[in-house]
Ligand binder design. Structure first.
Ligand code: SF4
Ligand code: SF4
Ligand code: FES
Length: 242
């Protein structure tokens, strides 16, 4: 059902329950995000997409990437409360990732010159979780996850050892907005790649991507042969009966 909502004074018709961020985009209003990606389920962790909504005479702050828009709602994306929250998030990230270009650019756009938060050891990971969710939801293997808490939070393979489920597709490296996951050539072995995540260097594939001599590959091909043989014999039986 189509319903009207107002975003920064602009009226837009959307399907009831559409996330506010999509309604805003339809109205041509930009809301900054870090952990949102249209190919993934909303996660609502970075809080950068906060907006104020007024509905049923109540005003409140919500994350626009996962909050459903309802008919009659009024959304404000650039109030002083919203700007204050965004500033705090960007200052926190500036203290954690002072070298990351997208954070520096956001800070500059907001007129932030320095962070009020204590500087930590420089890190390139903004903890958006996009790589982890892409690996799980799109690639379907869950080879990496967010480990530890607080300032020690990081992306890693379980127990920080070679993952035996990573297929080396490199999707996590493409989606990472800061470039802190990379597939880098193995210095000692030409043609092989390692995965570099911030300060960690891991070999995600236990067989160093040597697919030709991989027991997993052999098992997979053997299984495929069985499936094909089975299919052919069923098909033959079926056509012979006719
Ligand atoms: S390279 Fe490995 S960790 Fe990265 S998305 Fe592909 S399977 Fe997941
Ligand atoms: S490695 Fe990249 S994509 Fe993954 S959480 Fe960190 S910044 Fe986000
Ligand atoms: S983009 Fe909405 S919480 Fe991160």
């Amino acid at each position: 059902m189509k319903v009207p909502i107002i975003v920064d004074g602009l009226r837009v018709e959307i399907d009831q329950g559409t996330p506010i961020i999509n309604a805003a985009r339809k109205a041509g209003v930009f809301i900054p995000t870090l952990c949102y990606h249209e190919a993934l389920k909303p996660y609502g962790s970075c809080r950068l997409c906060m907006v104020e909504v007024v509905h049923d005479k109540q005003r409140r702050l919500v994350t626009s990437c996962n909050f459903p828009a309802e008919g009659g709602m009024e959304v404000f994306t650039d109030t002083s409360r919203v700007r204050q929250i965004r500033r705090m998030i960007v200052e926190l990230l500036l203290a954690r990732c002072p070298e990351v270009l997208m954070i520096r650019t956001m800070a500059k756009q907001m007129g932030i010159e320095s962070s009020m938060f204590k500087k930590r050891e420089a890190n390139e990971c903004i903890l958006c979780g996009l790589c982890v969710r892409f690996c799980e939801e799109v690639v379907g293997v869950s080879a990496i996850g967010l480990a530890n808490r607080g300032i020690d939070r990081e992306v890693a393979t379980p127990f920080k050892v070679a993952s035996d489920v990573c297929i080396g597709c490199g999707a996590c490296t493409y989606i990472c907005p800061t470039g802190c996951i990379e597939m880098v050539p193995d210095e000692k072995t030409p043609r092989l790649r390692r995965m570099k995540m911030g300060n960690l260097t891991l070999v995600p594939c236990t067989n160093n991507y040597q697919c030709e001599s991989c027991p997993r590959e052999e098992n997979f091909l053997a299984e495929m042969k069985n499936v094909i043989t089975e299919f052919r014999s069923t098909y033959r039986r079926f056509t012979e009966k006719k």
